[in-house]
Design a protein around this ligand. Structure first.
Ligand SMILES: [Zn+2]
Length: 293
């Protein structure tokens, strides 16, 4: 992809991390069992090549020791430093006794600009006091929060903490916090959309759904029926998918909606998702460079 003419405006969901260094058992073994390989093994150079397909990309740390994955905040901060196209997000497990301190350090000292949470991987319930305390810190820091709230292949994750409906309380408690649910909350897409629609600053991303065209079509149909297609942010979940595969998957799912007569999701709707200014919606626009873009 020509970096002067990227395919999408903002990819809100990409990963770094090396198998064996950051990604271990049990998750790595379970990924082999489910998918036949460990996709979560990406160099900074590979990430740089893939992220050229987007004008800006969010790069996520992940603090998920209970499933064997720790992509440290410091590692992500170092990887994005000096690259205006990359926006690093911290990850902190709320169960850590120093969770709030870690988040404040990641934002103020490391320059990270958002928070990644995955209750199913980090073994906490979104209603836990520790989680709400961490969200309060994120609210004070004025940073957005991405949630992995949906199913996953690894049995080391706690499935009971994965339902999108559990995020209604956090969204009610912090109405000004910008948040979004990854992967349309699969396989609970309608539940995900039903929560998102209730809150002005709540969004979704369709990442890693291109391998599940029927689920993605249902997700887009639900978003259209509940009138929240304008809350869909573009996300790829690289290296589990790519910008190109995600765009193609969205177009195919929209065509399936029309072919089946379940929703009138147009190519223009998909174009709008691809070109959506997520930096603006999530409060991530750097003031010092806003005039040059
Ligand atoms: Zn992801």
């Amino acid at each position: 992809m020509d970096s002067d003419n990227p395919l999408v405006a903002v990819d809100v969901h990409t990963h770094l991390g090396r198998h064996g260094t950051h990604v271990h058992a049990p998750l790595a073994e379970h990924e082999i069992r489910a998918w036949g390989k460990v996709s979560w093994d990406v160099t900074e150079q590979q990430h740089g090549g893939a992220s050229a397909s987007a004008r800006s990309s969010v790069v996520l740390a992940f603090d998920a020791e209970p499933v064997g994955v720790v992509v440290p905040n410091e590692y992500v901060a170092e990887a994005v430093r000096g690259n205006e196209r990359l926006i690093g997000f911290a990850s902190v497990n709320p169960n850590r006794p120093d969770a709030v301190d870690r988040l404040e350090t990641a934002v103020r000292d490391l320059g990270l600009r958002g928070l990644k949470l995955g209750p199913t991987y980090q073994h906490f319930h979104p209603h836990d006091r520790a989680c709400l305390d961490l969200l309060e810190a994120a609210d004070h820091l004025r940073i957005p929060v991405i949630w992995h709230q949906g199913t996953t292949f690894t049995s080391a994750a706690v499935a009971e903490y994965a339902r999108p409906l559990q995020l209604d309380l956090p969204a009610r408690t912090f109405p000004n916090l910008r948040m979004w649910i990854a992967h349309f909350g699969h396989p609970w897409m309608a539940e995900c959309v039903s929560v998102v629609r209730r809150h002005e600053h709540f969004y979704v991303d369709p990442s890693a759904m291109d391998t599940r065209p029927w689920q993605l079509a249902q997700a887009l149909a639900s978003a259209a029926e509940y009138r929240v297609l304008d809350r869909v942010l573009f996300g790829s979940d690289y290296p589990f998918s790519t910008v190109e595969r995600t765009v193609a998957g969205l177009r195919e799912a929209a065509a399936m909606c029309r072919r089946l007569g379940i929703a009138e999701v147009t190519d223009a709707d998909i174009d709008a998702i691809c070109q959506r200014d997520a930096l603006d919606l999530l409060g991530l626009r750097p003031p010092q460079t806003s005039q040059s873009t």
